[in-house]
Design a protein around this ligand. Structure first.
Ligand code: SF4
Length: 417
């Protein structure tokens, strides 16, 4: 990992930090040696960091996302605990309502602000909206600068063409330069989970204004998938890349099945390395050198400790290990049908596996894993693929996601066969 600054030595450094901290604890109070030891211990406990493109920033491989933390007390406790566990990159947004929690944290512990990389987001319709929006975010956060200011959910409100036009608008360059020069944000960027994010990221790489992108990502992108190529283009231009909404996120509940144990059984590497499936997933993401860090929506102290431990023990995964993990996660991961027993096929009166057909189409069209989608389709029995004669309107009615099978299944045949 050429740009992994501390990952290779982290365990050793962490152990040394413990020894230094002990020495500090028994040393003479207030002595320079103690102060140095405490400083060394503080630095050594920070999670491994990577450079974020050309921004000049270094982010911890684990970034704390605050989108799911609405409860004031829980938010503030987890912010502090994340910091104490070595996280130094934090993500918020106007829409999350968590900025006031950061403000209170900075008021009570002012030294924290300069120790962390802080990202916030808002939803400008046009580039000229960005500076006044950034000013409001700074006010809400109680700080005079953030490290990165992101356009939230690029593509969601603008549409694909609108997002591309935004990124290529010459005004964006002027606004970005003004923001950087003002020091109110060191860089600008956007987050995106849009279905056309490959085209949106391509446009950002071409326009060359954006400093960083946080994207919904999977570590199993096909080499030729549009999203994979877009990430290559962005990385080559020095745009920093952060993953979010990682492929499985949290594993869904499947009735009568201990999914985590099942995944561990299928992936021997997890037991060999003493990793949980979530930790394995993070290692898979960090094995992509283009990705500087993962923004994880942290909701509990247990999850925080597990994810921080994953960062401390990170080692790149081998291809065979990635493949094992991919197969298990695609089998049990958060797909639209993971906790559904397949009532669409029953309602449609067919032996065709309508849920699987549409799921593989999603892998193909939206997850960028085309070869895997085709492989899984090819592995199906003939009757599981043959949906002709099925009552597709009844299937749609029965499906909790109200999938439009009449439109999707011909597409599945076209893309996957
Ligand atoms: S009913 Fe809908 S959610 Fe359930 S398996 Fe079929 S497509 Fe998936």
């Amino acid at each position: 990992m050429s740009h992994d600054q501390t990952g290779g030595t982290d365990r050793r450094t962490f152990l040394q930090a413990g020894a230094v901290a002990t020495a500090a604890a028994i040393g003479a109070t207030g002595s320079p040696i103690e102060a140095q030891a405490q400083e060394a211990a503080k630095k050594a406990e920070i999670l491994p960091r990577r450079k974020l493109g050309r921004t000049g920033l270094e982010i911890t491989m684990l970034e704390m996302g605050t989108g799911a933390l609405r409860e004031r007390g829980v938010l503030e406790r987890l912010l502090r605990l994340s910091y104490a566990n070595g996280v130094r990159t934090f993500d918020t947004a106007k829409a999350y309502g968590t900025e006031p929690g950061f403000k209170r944290w900075f008021e009570q512990s002012p030294e924290v602000r300069k120790e962390i990389v802080l990202v916030t987001k808002d939803g400008p319709r046009e580039p000229k909206d960005m500076i006044p929006m950034l000013d409001k975010r700074l006010e809400a956060l109680g700080t005079d600068y953030v490290d990165l200011f992101f356009i939230h959910g690029m593509g969601d409100d603008h549409g694909t063409a609108g997002a591309i036009a935004f990124l290529k608008n010459p005004e964006l360059k002027d606004v970005a330069e003004k923001i950087r020069k003002s020091g109110k944000a060191k860089g600008i960027g956007f987050s995106t989970h849009h279905k056309d994010r490959a085209a949106i990221i391509d446009a950002a790489a071409e326009a060359g204004v954006i400093d960083a992108i946080m994207l919904q990502y999977t570590p199993w992108l096909d080499k030729d998938a549009p999203l994979n190529k877009a990430l290559d283009a962005a990385h080559a231009k020095g745009i920093g890349l952060i993953s979010m909404k990682q492929v499985a996120g949290r594993f869904p509940a499947v009735p009568k099945m201990d999914v985590l144990t099942e995944v561990k059984k299928r992936v021997p590497m997890l037991a060999e390395k003493n990793l949980s499936p979530y930790q394995g997933l993070l290692h898979a993401i960090w094995s992509d050198e283009r990705i500087s860090g993962s923004c994880v929506s942290i909701k509990t102290t247990e999850q925080l400790r597990e994810d921080a431990d994953a960062a401390r023990r990170y080692e790149p995964l081998k291809t065979a290990e990635l493949d094992q993990l991919r197969d298990a996660i695609l089998a049990f991961g958060s797909t639209m049908c993971a906790d559904c027993e397949g009532r669409c096929s029953v309602a449609a009166g067919t032996k065709a596996e309508l849920g699987n057909l549409t799921r593989f189409l999603t892998y193909y069209q939206h997850h960028g894993i085309r070869a895997e989608a085709r492989r899984q389709y090819a592995a199906m029995a003939d009757e599981a693929r043959d949906w002709k004669g099925a009552d597709l309107e009844a299937a749609r009615e029965a499906c909790p996601n109200k999938l439009d099978f009449a439109a999707l299944l011909p597409e599945a045949d076209r893309c996957l066969a």
